[in-house]
Design a protein. Structure first.
Lengths: 96, 269
């Protein structure tokens, strides 16, 4: 039987939440953010769980001041799991 | 660095296009009213056709996905509506030799406004949480200043201007000021972001539309309007600005060579 560590599950949940929020904007917006993360930080969406500052910087560079609304939407999506340290840190880092 | 140089190139091209279009109309004016009428009408069709083509490219790229996908569909509707308006105007003027104002062309011009409003609203929808009351209030105040001169003019037209012509000519700057509200909010929201250049161009385009429409209203009320009037130069600029704004978005969100979508979640652990 396959077992998952809580951290991996939270990482996956974070990825799904980010993907959902960006896809709600548009599929090209999701692609653009993914591409920029790879190009500038050599990381993927799931890595934002460990490096939320990368996602924050990419969102800021594309959407300017409006990035706060996207971060807020991600926070709403992850509200149920806010007790997880990683997710809590992600939200706090991006919402600075 | 590459994207900055491309943006610089785009800005240069935009400036050249704006200067050339204005210069072409001015030179044509010197050659007589018949020449300027034909040149301006053809230029209007070319610029709105470019606007339709670029909007179609964005619609195909976004494929109705998310709120922005819907927004670009609305913008395509706007561009098609204004292309039809310009084509109808030209047909009235150059083929049937009739005065195109007021005419069926106005139906297409007016129809473009709710579609443009739809575009602006859908584009701002995902980031609506960042909109503050202060922003809305400031945008309304700025927009209201655009509508004031046209409302003032509506009360003092020439006696031979009919009530219908008066209402129609006044409606354009008022509609411009309405669509200017979300455009200003967009500028504030996307400030310092990549998409801000698109918004700046769309916002400036709407402002040019408002200035051109006020000029058209004034010229209509004083019976001095002709196709190729200086107001037309400003109106032409707005179509150019919209087209460049859309092109900039095509450039920002162009499809990458390889699909990243599937590889993303495969790399989560």
């Amino acid at each position: 039987m396959m077992t998952f560590q809580k951290r991996d599950v939270m990482k996956a949940l974070t990825s799904i939440a980010i993907q959902k929020v960006l896809n709600d904007i548009s599929a090209p917006a999701y692609e653009k953010v993914s591409k920029k993360l790879q190009k500038e930080y050599k990381c993927y969406i799931p890595d934002c769980y460990d490096h939320p500052e990368y996602l924050e910087s990419v969102l800021k560079s594309i959407f300017g001041n409006a990035y706060t609304a996207i971060v807020e939407q991600i926070r709403v999506e992850l509200a149920e799991h806010i007790d997880d340290n990683g997710i809590n840190l992600l939200i706090k880092t991006m919402a600075r | 660095m590459l994207s900055i140089s491309k943006k610089d190139e785009l800005q240069k091209l935009l400036l050249i296009t704006i200067v050339c279009s204005g210069f072409t109309i001015l030179v044509s004016t010197m050659l007589g009213k018949e020449v300027v009428k034909q040149v301006t009408d053809v230029m209007y069709i070319i610029t709105t056709a470019a606007f339709v083509i670029l909007s179609s490219i964005l619609v195909l790229r976004f494929k109705k996905t998310g709120d922005h996908g819907k927004a670009w569909l609305f913008l395509l509707g706007t561009s098609v509506s204004w292309f039809l308006a310009e084509t109808t105007w030209t047909a009235y003027e150059l083929i049937y030799d009739k005065n195109p104002f007021p005419s069926i062309a106005d139906v297409f011009y007016i129809a473009g406004y709710p579609l443009m409003l739809g575009f602006l609203m859908y584009y701002l929808k995902p980031v609506r949480r960042a909109i503050t009351k202060k922003m809305i209030l400031a945008a309304i105040m700025i927009s209201a200043t655009i509508a004031i001169p046209s409302i003032y003019m509506a009360y003092s037209p020439e006696p031979d201007v009919t009530v219908f012509e008066n209402v129609l000519a006044t409606a354009y700057p008022i509609l411009d000021s309405i669509i200017f509200i979300p455009a200003i909010i967009g500028i504030a929201l996307f400030f310092r972001g990549e998409v801000n250049f698109t918004w700046s161009l769309i916002c400036t385009g709407i402002l040019c539309f408002a200035i051109g429409d006020i000029g058209f209203q004034y010229a209509t009320f004083t019976n001095t309007y002709y196709t190729g009037h200086p107001a037309d130069i400003v109106l032409m600029w707005s179509y150019i600005l919209f087209s460049f704004g859309v092109y900039d978005h095509v450039r920002i969100f162009r499809k990458s060579g390889q699909s990243t979508e599937n590889s993303q979640l495969d790399n989560w652990c």
